[in-house]
Structure formats: C-alpha cells, structure tokens
Design a protein around this ligand. Structure first.
Ligand code: NAG
Length: 423
C-alpha cells in the first residue's frame, strides 16, 4: 500500500499515510522534493527551526502556552492558515493554468511577491521555508514497519511501537495509531480534540455492543488516539501483558474466548483484550476511554464505498452554488475554506447515512499488506474499493493543484480543472 519512495525513507519517513502517500508519489514526480531519509529529516528540521522563531506571538511565552490545558489544540501557533484576504491575486486570473504544457507563466516573482504581501504571516520566513509535499493536515508521521518486539506480531505490534513513539516525541500530546489498511478520506476534517480533553484513549465503537452484547467487534482497535502520558504507559503495560510475548498468552486466549462468544479464533488478540479491560476493569480504565461513534473516526469500507458518488455530487452542487468555495487558493490556506465548507455541511450529519465525507475509511478484512483478505470478498473487490477511496481522497488534495481524477478507478489519468469549476 505504501509507495516505493516511502519505503525508501524507512523509519524517518515523514510522508503521509496511505492517501497522502499517493499525493507524495504523484507530486514528487513534479517537484522532485523527497530524495532520501536524510533530506526528509533535514527538511522537517529546517521547516521547524525556521518557522519557530517567526511565529506570530499570540501568547506571551512558550512555556506558558505549552500546558494551558490538557488539550494540545491551542498549542501550535504560526502562520495564519484560516484567512485568505479578498484582494485580487493571480488566483483570480481566469487564464491561469496549472498544467505544464499550458502557456508559460509570466512575471511569477512579482505575482508571488504580491500574494505574499497579502499574507504577511506566511511571508515571514518565506525566504528560508522548505516545502515537503505531504498533502493536508499538519501531522507528523512515524512510519514504521518493523516489529519492535519480535514476538508481538501483526495486531500486537501496536503497543511496542506506540511506547517508543511516546518516548521519542515528548512534544506530542497525542499518538494517533492508524492501521496500514485505513485511509483518510476527508482531508478537511479535524479531530475534535476538545471533546476528548478529559480522556486518554479514543477509539471507535458502540457502548451497547460492549456492555450488553459483549462482542469482540464492539470496538475497532485499528485506529485510536492515545495521550502521551503516564496513564497510557500504565495502560499499555496491562494491555500488552495479554500478548504473545507474555507467559500468560495462552491463558488470555482462553479467558477471552470464553468471554466473547462471537470471537472467531482462540488466540488472544489486542481488540478482545481491549474490550475485556473495558468490561472487567471499568473503574480502573474505563472512565478515561472515550468510545466514539458520532462520526467515522474509522468506518467499515463496505458500508462507506457506495456513498462516494452521492457525496461527490452533493459537494459539487454546493460548489456550484458558492463562488467562494470555487475560488482557487493556495494549499496553505485551505483550512480557511474548510471552515466555510462547514456552513454548508450543517445538514449533512456524521457517520452512517450522512452525506458528509467519511473521515477514515478502514479496509478491515482486505489486509492489503499480508494479502490474506477475508474470504467474504474477492481480492479484486478489495483492490477496486481501495483505489476508489484513495482517489476520492486524492481529488481533495489535487483540487488545490489544479487537477482532478474524473475516474476513481483510473489513478493514472488526471484532468486540469477549468477556471471557476464547477460553475
Ligand atoms: C444516491 O442518490 C440517489 C438519488 O437521490 C438515491 O436514489 C440513491 O439511493 C443514493 N445512493 C446511496 C448509496 O445512498
């Protein structure tokens, strides 16, 4: 699922997961940005070190803003990404064409300077800013495909990896585990961290299925947020003690199989273990675990796939009605437009049955990395479904680059977007 460029970057890869990877591989052909792990690493370092001294000072001191609350949402200051002034710029020129084989761009330096003048917070430090193409969302990535505990295979590989990531990233408040078969399919969506401010662990699931049905699939352990704190360290030790490296592994397999009647294999697994802790050690852990079911924190691809077409139509109709949303803009100010989109998405709902883009589409059962897909689907069904989801997401990124995939099953074909599309 990960492109060859990304695998070359190995542990230091800062490229985005799944859909982002697609953007990286496509765009790096154009910009020749990502060269080696060292380049990527230095790029991030350079970006960080150059941006940091130039941040807009909204709170008096770094240390004071570091822990104003447990939420890290207010922590990042810097360029104003939520504002695009109405002043005319080269983006408003109807003859502007993004394609390489269109008439050459003229006076680019002046146009670019003009745009920077209109965006002073982005102009600050522009001289030394290096771009690495990663798509949307300001999220750093730790890409790892090594078992940090050799016995903790497959779904058990999470806890060792997360622990290491927590120690390696004391600057990060949250670690976000995303299975390699999950794709972000709404590039505008932001995790509602404020909602989780009193919790340390967030995952998708259904309370009724946990506490009444006692099903091992009442939650999905393939995507979760875990706070970088002592609670999590403790929790992961307990959770990991059910794993294959533990002398208790066989005993846990029995315990979990006895408790969950719908469990389909005898071995202890991390997901059942998690439901066990919710059920049996609720007082100890439960009040810090947030079970999210109000949006697609992760969603089952079979349920989601058929909705892409109608969702695309709905979004297109909204763009037809809104000249502001059709306006071309720099990728860096997309967040401002995401806020405008929200106005139009009020009636869309969230999750199942809604026409909002699903946040994360999870290809549970397709197992693209091992190739051992669930017998319920054919390999081709999985491949086509993943292709569609990835291009659905890619289109949201590509729009800012002036292109679109018209056919979600044909990754190699892109078309330029006409000015003022889709008026
Ligand atoms: C898509 O929209 C059409 C027309 O409104 C509707 O008939 C159809 O059921 C919708 N499809 C899905 C999968 O929701």
């Amino acid at each position: 699922m990960l492109s060859s460029e990304v695998s070359q970057l190995q542990h230091f890869s800062m490229a985005m997961y799944n859909t982002r990877t697609r953007s990286v591989s496509f765009l790096s052909d154009i910009f020749l940005m990502v060269g080696s792990s060292m380049v990527a690493f230095l790029t991030i370092w350079a970006l960080w070190s150059f941006l940091t001294p130039n941040v807009k000072q909204t709170t008096p001191a770094f240390s004071a803003q570091l822990y104003p609350s447990v939420s890290c949402a207010n922590y990042v200051s810097g360029p104003d990404l939520r504002h695009d002034p109405a002043d005319q710029s080269f983006y408003d020129d109807p003859t502007l064409n993004y394609a390489i084989d269109s008439p050459p761009i003229k006076n680019w330096d002046e146009k670019r300077m003009e745009w920077l003048k209109q965006h002073p917070t982005l102009a600050a430090g522009a001289k030394s800013r290096i771009l690495m193409v990663t798509g949307r969302h300001d999220i750093e990535i730790f890409y790892n495909n090594v078992l940090l505990q050799p016995k903790m295979f497959s779904f058990w590989a999470k806890t060792p990896t997360i622990k290491a990531a927590m120690l390696a990233h004391p600057e990060a408040e949250w670690i976000w585990w995303v299975d390699s078969d999950a794709a972000i399919t709404d590039m505008d969506f932001k995790l509602p961290l404020e909602r989780y401010k009193n919790h340390n662990f967030v995952l998708h699931g259904w309370l009724k299925l946990i506490y009444e049905t006692k099903s091992w699939t009442s939650i999905n352990a393939g995507v979760f947020l875990i706070r970088n704190c002592q609670w999590s360290m403790d929790f992961m030790d307990v959770w990991a003690s059910m794993g294959p490296q533990s002398p208790q592994y066989d005993k846990w397999g029995e315990t979990l199989s006895n408790l969950f009647k719908d469990k389909i294999f005898r071995e202890s697994d991390d997901q059942s273990g998690l439901v066990y802790l919710l059920l049996k050690e609720k007082e100890k852990w439960g009040d810090k675990i947030y079970v999210e079911d109000e949006y697609y924190f992760q969603g089952y691809w079979v349920e989601i796939l058929g909705t892409f077409e109608n969702i695309t139509d709905k979004y297109k109709q909204i763009e037809k009605d809104s000249p502001l949303l059709r306006r071309r803009h720099a990728e860096r100010v997309s967040e401002a437009y995401a806020t405008v989109w929200e106005e139009y998405l009020k009636g869309a709902g969230y999750g199942r049955g809604s026409w909002r883009r699903p946040f994360i589409t999870h290809f549970t059962g397709c197992q693209p990395c091992s190739g051992n897909h669930n017998e319920m689907y054919s390999a081709q069904t999985c491949v086509d479904a993943m292709q569609k989801a990835l291009l659905f997401a890619d289109n949201q990124v590509l729009r800012n680059y002036g292109f679109v995939h018209l056919d979600l099953l044909d990754p190699s074909a892109v078309n330029p977007l006409p000015f003022d599309y889709p008026a």
